[in-house]
Design a protein around this ligand. Structure first.
Ligand code: DX5
Ligand code: ZN
Length: 221
């Protein structure tokens, strides 16, 4: 049986003047995950949105809120996102000082009842995650430098996805694999073939007449 692939539209690319309709279109298309990019102007050279926006949306739009924290010192803010209604909280390996800090934050978030993900930037070897793979619900492979939507897909993400898929088969790990940046029909299919479960897509979906076909195209690899 073909495995199920999910699409997580990235809110960053939505038309904020028309946000209600943008989110309704996603719901009509049975989108489950909403990818919520948080940028702090320090870990990445851009700012986006934060907790008040999550709190405003969560009660009115049913999604799995997939929060991607592109922030320095995520140990301070990550628990606040868990409290505010995030379903998945993903932070960056590069933002953490020590392996012990990583494990501590994973445990703290778990206790709060959220799923926990870790993300790696394009230049970070995915093998750096080996010691903590068993503790993760999600691994997010960045296929662009984080900070901006609309960039081109970096093919270096593909062997990382393959490696993560091999590891979870070999050791029966439970995490799902997500990829983020430059996803379109072609790059999405390559990621699915490599073993990805969740495709984040921003500029490829929002503002497009044929968004329904695009979502289904991504799902069908
Ligand atoms: C980049 C963000 C992505 C971004 C993806 O820093 O993490 O989620 O919105 O946008 P596209 O799909 O346009 O590359
Ligand atoms: Zn993201």
């Amino acid at each position: 049986m073909k495995k199920k692939v999910y699409v997580a539209p990235s809110l960053l690319a939505a038309d904020f003047r028309n946000l209600h309709n943008e989110l309704l279109i996603l719901q009509q298309n049975k989108v489950k995950y909403l990818h919520f990019d948080v940028m702090d102007g320090h870990f990445v050279p851009n700012l986006s949105f934060g907790i008040p926006i999550l709190e405003a949306l969560k009660p009115h739009y049913k999604f799995i809120y997939d929060v991607h924290l592109m922030v320095s010192n995520p140990e301070f803010i990550a628990p606040k996102f868990a409290e505010a209604g995030a379903d998945i909280v993903t932070f960056h390996l590069e933002a953490m000082k020590t392996g012990n800090d990583v494990i501590k934050l994973i445990k703290e978030l778990r206790l709060m009842g959220v799923k926990v993900g870790i993300s790696v930037k394009p230049n970070t070897p995915v093998e750096d995650l080996a010691p903590i793979l068993k503790d993760l619900d999600l691994v997010l492979v960045m296929s662009v430098e984080p900070g901006f939507g609309g960039q081109g897909f970096l093919r270096s993400a593909l062997p990382k996805i393959e490696w993560l898929d091999e590891q979870r088969k070999k050791y029966r790990y439970q995490y799902v694999i997500e990829v983020d940046g430059g996803i379109n029909a072609e790059t999405g299919a390559q990621c699915v073939a490599a073993g990805v479960d969740i495709l984040v897509a921003g500029s490829y979906l929002f503002g497009k007449e044929d968004i329904a076909e695009r979502i289904n195209g991504l799902r069908n690899g």
